[in-house]
Design a protein around this ligand. Structure first.
Ligand code: SF4
Length: 343
């Protein structure tokens, strides 16, 4: 079967399957753009199961775009704490402000209008446009690229913009009128639940009869990727400075990794216990001794932090730090997971 014909058959096979098999997820309860948008941003880089609680908590605190736009930064970051990639929530708020100021509080209802919002790329714009406004706009992410390159047995590298563009173009031409949102979600659902990266469930797949990769047993070879992400390893020494029942935290710089978030004091490189006490002495906290030494690793997209943490008993709450109890660290301050793992 020709590639065009394969695409043309997708809606008829996928829509009934999706309507019967779609997982019940909180953001599928309605097609409110704020809900779909928030879920799509949260789902970037994070698993569905992990997102559900965050999503519910976020919406209870900020039930509409106006409240998101007006939210204090500290509260916003706290709601996002643990999800990582904090620029996502900052852009979410920037976009909310823009919707309030430029669009009179109404979510834009065109693909171009949605794409123009801060933090919204072609994938998210396509998802919102099709799910919320029934526009024939594909949302092509890694899941969809995997599904399509397998069905069509396409060995083009999925990280090449040309491949994505071509697949988006082909999909757009077969978007079913009146079921655009379901079609987008059916493709996503197939990638997430059936055509998974490893051990796809071809036996229950609704498109198994037309899948070329299945017919030719090339599933294992697809999708093709060219670039490999280079990951830099960085050693860090982290200080868990405790004075009475409080711990020292400080704000990170406004730019770069974990910008503007709270952190435990830390320095580049791996210090010995002796060096760490010496270094802490320069912080003005008068360290009295080491309570515990811990080693942890935290992986960001491009960097892998290998951390040695010294929990130090200190005599002085130096003014250059904010001092917080465990309970305050839990409820008030947004401390990224990279540091929270030491508490
Ligand atoms: S038949 Fe298998 S490889 Fe083909 S789309 Fe379905 S799950 Fe993926």
């Amino acid at each position: 079967m020709k590639t065009d014909s394969l695409y043309r058959r997708l809606p008829d096979l996928l829509l009934p399957w999706y309507l019967q098999n779609a997982r019940v997820l909180p953001w599928r309860a309605d097609r409110e753009p704020y809900h779909v948008w928030l879920s799509e941003i949260m789902l970037q880089q994070t698993r569905v199961e992990a997102v559900i609680d965050y999503y519910n908590r976020f919406l209870s605190a900020l039930p509409d775009i106006a409240q998101l736009a007006a939210c204090e930064e500290e509260t916003l970051l706290k709601l996002w704490e643990g999800l990582g990639y904090y620029s996502r929530v900052r852009n979410l708020q920037k976009a909310a402000v823009e919707i309030m100021e430029k669009h009179g509080g109404v979510f834009p209802n065109t693909y171009a209008g949605i794409l123009a919002l801060p933090g919204v790329g072609p994938y998210t714009a396509g998802a919102i446009a099709s799910i919320c406004f029934e526009l024939p706009c594909p949302a092509v992410d890694g899941n969809v690229l995997r599904v399509i390159t397998r069905i069509t047995e396409d060995f083009s590298p999925i990280d090449a913009p040309k491949t994505k563009k071509e697949i988006a173009k082909q999909l757009e031409s077969v978007y079913p009128k009146g079921s655009c949102g379901d079609f987008t979600q059916a493709l996503m659902e197939l990638g997430a639940c059936v055509c998974t990266p490893k051990s796809p469930k071809c036996g229950t797949c609704p498109v198994r009869d037309l899948c070329k990769a299945k017919a030719h047993q090339t599933i294992e070879q697809l999708p093709v990727k060219t670039k490999k992400m280079q990951q830099r390893v960085e050693e860090r020494t982290v200080f868990l400075l405790q004075c009475d029942d409080k711990f020292a935290i400080a704000k990170r710089e406004d730019k770069g990794l974990l910008a503007g978030l709270w952190q435990l004091p830390n320095v580049l490189g791996k210090l010995t216990a002796e060096q760490a006490i010496g270094m802490a002495g320069t912080f003005g906290v008068r360290p009295a001794g080491i309570i515990k030494e811990t080693h942890k690793e935290h992986v960001f997209t491009h960097i892998r932090w290998q951390m040695t943490c010294y929990h130090l008993q200190c005599a002085v709450q130096a003014k250059n730090y904010q001092w917080a109890t465990l309970q305050q660290l839990e409820s008030v301050y947004a401390l990224p997971t990279a540091f929270r793992i030491f508490l």
